[in-house]
Design a protein around this ligand. Sequence first.
Ligand code: XIL
Length: 475
Amino acid sequence: MRRTKWKAASRAALALAGAGALAAGMALFATAPASAGTTLGASAAEKGRYFGTAVAGFKLSDSAYTTILNREFNMVTAENEMKIDATEPQQNQFSYGAADQIVNHARSRGMSVRGHTLAWHSQQPGWMQNMSGTALRQAMLNHVTQVATHFRGQVVAWDVVNEAFADGSSGARRDSNLQRTGNDWIEAAFRAADAADPNAKLCYNDYNTDNWTHAKTQAVYNMVRDFKSRGVPIDCVGFQSHFNNDSPYVSNYRTTLSSFAALGVDVQITELDIQGASATTYRSVVEDCLAVARCNGITVWGIRDSDSWRASQTPLLFNSNGSKKPAYDAVLAALNNGTTPPTTAPPTTVPPTTAPPTTAPPTTAPPTTAPPTTTPPGQGGCTATVTVNQWTGGFVANVRVTAGSSALNGWTVTIGLPSGATVTNAWSANRSGNTGTTNWTNVAYNGQVGAGQSTEFGFQANGTAGSLSPTCAAG
Ligand code: XIL
């Protein structure tokens, strides 16, 4: 299992910078920084989080820019300088000058650095765009290894892979030259990054993954769950959160963050900007992060509106002249009013122990012959047992369904929840009811269970589980 690194990083930053440093994850400051409540970074640190911004290296000579950067933020992401085209412009010729300048600016002032990004279909140098197959896979792994090694000890987290899923309703991987090297390219990149920098947090980062009901969100969720269940070294998921009229903020964003966190990963908001910079929406985003213990930081994608990649949307916290916008005040207030993370840890185990199928269930019914039994399907009944992972305010339940003396062709589990317990999300079963008596039936791929065999489903809920006594019925 990979180590928790945010705490160590914040200690190092504290030692360097004293008050204005980063904290994240479960790390809590014993004493409040001197500037508590007056800057984004200090206020976030009081809540055990960081507040970061994207930085463009060529702006570090602009004193209006650096004045705000140095005052407000305690995490930095290079806006372009660590991307593949910047760090390996010719194959095997690495170029770190622009990135090093940003890293040095940040770290010498006690800010931490998120690395962005090691493997991505976009902003590839020409030589890589023209590669394919095994040669590309090797070149990608070499890039990950070299760059992660160069910055080892200097970045607290890497966006190892960026934007690997398609938009729309397919839930499929995005087609790219990297994807065409084989579906395992993402986990290969994570393993290479882990080998090169075992102490950095390793993140998957994407956009349009904010709405819990979207296919893309679910697809990334399923990949992370699969990675956790198979021991692929992933520590965190970044939500870019570029909110605009086409991809607006939605109130289930908090459910998205908490559902990913329940898989045993940290979550971060990595590239926040909001078209029009509604103070209300900015406040909601901050409140959503503060409500999720494992949401350990927020990064806005630029400082002033004029710095934004979408400047015409005026999506940031500072006007082009550097003055604070109403959204800034809303964010600061939300950081100062928010609750501190619970001192008891949320579950670090992966909720489902059985991974869902990564391929679509068969469209034809699997059994072409009757089950080999003299007992008709299901007449041997079934049993259900539950394992609960409880933390303050919530729990994950894993339910094991075991067939009796004959095979099951469908099952229904009934679980009575104590008052105050409300299901927030579930996997590998259909559900009716989210409070009180809840009924759970098999989904297409796990209804047929051989005699004496088992399958599992699970759910996350708010509240306290107490002792649950599930019952199981065949059919
Ligand atoms: C953007 C930068 O802000 C621009 O300067 C650049 O021209 C294009 O990339 N998702 C990401 C970021 O992960 O790297 C992108 O940054 C914005 C979308």
